[in-house]
Design a protein around this ligand. Sequence first.
Ligand code: HEC
Ligand code: HEC
Length: 217
Amino acid sequence: MRRRILPLTFAAVFGACAAPEPAMPGSMAEAPTTVKGLKNAASFASIDDDQARARALFAEAGKVLTHARCVNCHPAGDRPLQTDAMRLHEPPVVRGEDGHGAAGLKCQTCHANENANLVEISMPGHEHWHLAPASMAWQGKSVGAICDQVKDRARNGDRDIDAIVKHMAEDGLVGWAWDPGPSRSPAPGTQAVFGGLIRAWAAAGAHCPPATAVAQN
Ligand code: HEC
Ligand code: HEC
């Protein structure tokens, strides 16, 4: 949507005279580059075949999706994970009915609206801090299987592809993964570069890499 509206707005503002080309993340105008370990969408523009390009784009995005900052909230079981090693959450807490924890021990008991630096702990926080539903579990899945999950409206919160792109590119809880506070490694790249990969993947037909049995990193 934005892509179409923005150039129009620029044209309106600058009149018919040579409007500057806005640098859109993920657009062909962008040069291939790698930002903090994540290749941008333009790095894949030379792959002609749509299916091959979509698969390559999603595989690159998989560096983020399989990172501890995402997987810790998308676990296979009922308990969140912690640290880069993705170990079970201590103290033990469970998803509860709505992902916000059991009645007696809600996530918000400990997790505040933003990251907090306590004396010995760097405490992660966000106003929407809670656990992803079991249908959105990524732990132990290959990037291809995660791709299939994310596209499946029966498992993805009934989102169409546009809504998935928007969630990945703009959602604040997703964005926390690049601003996780001290003593916690951020996800590769930036949310903008990641969003650009997902947007280009969708534009190329949202094809998924094969769902192999290979365990994630
Ligand atoms: C009794 C306190 C407490 C409760 C309740 C709690 N947490 Fe935590 N949680 C912590 C602490 C402390 C850490 C930081 C541990 C560390 O990384 O050193 C943490 C870390 C995490 C992390 C790791 C983030 C990362 O990638 O490093 C996730 C994910 C998480 N909590 C999710 C949840 C969810 C979801 C709930 C509710 C279902 C919840 N927590 C409830 C204390 C709590
Ligand atoms: C603090 C916990 C938390 C973290 C960290 C987190 N998520 Fe989520 N995620 C959720 C919750 C909760 C939902 C369900 C929200 C909903 O459906 O509205 C969700 C849903 C999603 C969805 C919806 C579609 C689906 O089928 O999975 C996507 C996509 C997603 N997350 C991507 C990410 C990415 C990418 C990262 C890391 C960069 C990430 N999330 C990190 C909690 C988290």
